[in-house]
Design a protein around this ligand. Structure first.
Ligand code: AGP
Length: 607
């Protein structure tokens, strides 16, 4: 949820941290702040509610020549959005930033206040600062005070602390994302909640395990040392080289990252089979196909869950493997029946979604094999699963997930091929490669028709509410289409099984309600009869279905005809792109912040 960046090095750390925060602003953007050691070795702090630009305004024209800095963009969990509750939090010679939730904060807060600590903010994060202050006052070392303070907090958190007295940064986490990096050429060390912040800056990344203490200091031979919870040197981290030529993505000629990412889909689709059939992904695909479980427990959140529903259809139709789809936030608490020989399947873009991580942990605790379909290589989910299939979507910056949905569903289709063992047959690989390429080509044609979708969006964007309806494999797409509209246009929209509308919700249909009817070639007549039920009640009909269909055109107030030929099981992914563009243009007409919608964050790393 929150973005964290820390830096030590000979350059101006404040500028480097601000650049990292700019890249992470999509993760959470209620407020931002930095704390640093200036050229006089004084600890300074600047923080401001609102977007990162508000903080930059405070720092305009100042050159602190700082060589050590930590920074934070906040997505509020405890305490309202204001300057005081913004991070960092500072006391005497230390300042901290935090991502996550301290679940026993109120108990600790009472104890610390009784011990004389005067809290300035309403946040749970300041509790860690108070604990650290108390432990340091006992003349403990910075390292020991960090370990002892961290041992007292419950819940999933990452803390990064800057200490003016010893001129060092320390960090520790549990169940929250944290990555360290170095650039040995420039003698720089970095720390962040997201590798994206370090793109093009750090040439070597380190992903510490939970409870590993990270120690960044110019006095360290390798700039970063790692310790276990007893303070002994630790090797409990994963490291990987980072291609320094890959910098942060920018929007290019696009007005929004979301539109850019919608347009990226054809190219990403084409490259997916290349990666898995002829590239470094083949080994993981074959490995994923080795273990054929008696049942999959598919769990995810939001858009990833809807992609998982499509994957459920692939696994049950092609592999005859039962696949029970569950929202991760429900699965983790309902004591699911988990039997030996079954497998957990986790779908996630970020690989850091708290509920999905907890669901994976529950499966591991029950000795159930775990497989992820995930975008971020090295993410917590990636590291915790027995096996992973990367979706190869590249960085997805838009908070509303688009290309990740497409890549998740298609990677699921490749999993289905691997489990059927047909992945070993060249003819099967060629056939599926051709189908993926056809999908990419049709999406290119869809994108070329954006103006038509934009015109429809202009006509319907002021209606009070939307139903997205679909049958069979189009029902998950109806759910996803409604979510897109809710997320970025703040319009009430519901995804509904077309056959369910008459069991109650049809009471809501009137001239101000729009029904976006997803009409695939399958179950066509049934879906059309549902449209007629809505038409009879004066609902506004937008049909997205097979092109050149007179009956559909006559029935509909708006009709967007598309060509499904040859796509077969990939048709739902295709029709979903129309919904992505529809939501985008409706949001544009409503003037919302499409890349950073209100109240949202890109990765929900807290419950
Ligand atoms: C999708 O548009 C949303 N941003 C949200 O539903 C997201 O899909 C969900 O939070 C899951 O995130 P993940 O894929 O990173 O696990």
């Amino acid at each position: 949820m929150c973005g964290i960046v820390g830096h030590i090095g000979p350059k101006n750390s404040v500028d480097i941290v601000l650049e990292g925060l700019r890249r992470l602003e999509y993760r959470g953007y209620d407020s931002a702040g930095v704390s640093f050691i200036d050229e006089h070795d004084e600890l300074q702090i600047y923080k401001k509610s609102g977007k990162l630009d508000n903080l930059k305004g405070l720092l305009e024209g100042k050159d602190f020549q700082a060589r050590m800095c930590i920074g934070h963009t906040r997505w509020a969990t405890h305490g309202e959005v204001n300057d005081t509750n913004s991070h960092p939090h500072m006391k005497d010679h230390i300042s901290i930033v935090h991502n996550g939730i301290i679940e026993n904060a109120s108990l600790l807060r009472k104890e610390l206040a009784t011990g004389g600590y005067e809290f300035k903010s309403q946040t749970d994060s300041e509790v860690f600062l108070a604990l650290l202050t108390r432990e340091l006052a006992k003349k403990k070392s910075f390292k020991q005070a960090m370990l002892d303070s961290f041992a007292l907090v419950e819940g999933n958190s990452a803390f990064v602390v800057l200490n003016k007295d010893v001129l060092e940064i320390m960090s520790i986490k549990k169940g929250a994302p944290l990555v360290c990096g170095i650039n040995s050429v420039n003698s720089e060390a970095f720390i962040s909640s997201d590798p994206y912040a370090l793109a093009g800056m750090a040439s070597q990344l380190y992903f510490p395990a939970d409870n590993v203490l990270c120690h960044l200091s110019p006095k360290n031979k390798n700039l970063i040392n790692f310790y276990d919870n007893k303070g002994n040197p630790s090797e409990d981290f994963m490291s990987k080289k980072q291609d320094m030529s890959v910098g942060p993505t920018d929007k290019g000629e696009f007005e929004h990252f979301m539109l850019k990412e919608i347009h990226e889909q054809p190219e990403l689709i084409r490259s997916l089979t290349q990666f898995y059939f002829h590239g470094e992904g083949l080994e993981s695909l074959l490995k994923a196909g080795e273990f054929v479980p008696s049942k999959f427990h598919m769990t995810a959140c939001g858009t990833a869950y809807y992609a998982g529903l499509l994957i459920r259809d692939f696994l049950e139709n092609y592999n005859k493997i039962p696949c029970s789809p569950e929202l991760a936030s429900e699965f983790r608490y309902r004591n699911p029946l988990l039997q030996k020989g079954e497998s957990g399947l986790f779908i996630s873009q970020s690989g850091e979604t708290a509920d999905t991580l907890a669901a994976q942990e529950l499966c591991t605790e029950n000795n159930i094999k775990t497989l992820s379909i995930v975008n971020v290589d090295g993410s917590t989910l990636f590291r915790n699963c027995n096996n992973n299939l990367l979706i190869r979507a590249g960085m997805e910056i838009g908070v509303a997930s688009t290309k990740a949905f497409t890549q998740q569903a298609l990677t699921g289709r490749l999993l289905s091929l691997a489990l059927s063992k047909e992945v070993n047959e060249e003819a099967s690989r060629v056939k599926l490669t051709a189908k993926f390429s056809l999908l990419a080509e049709k999406i290119d044609h869809l994108i070329a028709r954006s103006e038509e979708i934009k015109d429809i969006a202009e006509s319907i964007h002021n209606h009070k509410g939307f139903f997205y309806t679909g049958r069979g494999v189009y029902f998950p797409v109806a759910l996803e289409g409604a979510l897109k509209l809710k997320e970025i246009a703040y319009v009430h929209a519901e995804g509904y099984a077309a056959g369910e509308l008459k069991h109650g919700p049809i009471a809501m249909i009137d001239e101000d309600m729009v029904n976006v009817a997803l009409v695939g070639p399958e179950l066509f007549e049934k879906t059309v009869s549902n449209i007629q039920e809505i038409k009879a009640r004066k609902g506004v009909i937008l049909s997205i279905g097979p092109k050149d269909h007179e009956e559909l055109a006559e029935l509909s107030d708006y009709y967007f005809g598309i060509d499904f030929d040859g796509l077969e099981e990939l048709s739902p992914i295709y029709i979903n792109v129309v919904n992505q563009l529809l939501a985008y243009y409706i949001a544009k007409y409503k003037g919302t912040d499409i890349d950073k919608p209100r109240n949202l964050a890109k990765s929900v790393t807290v419950e």
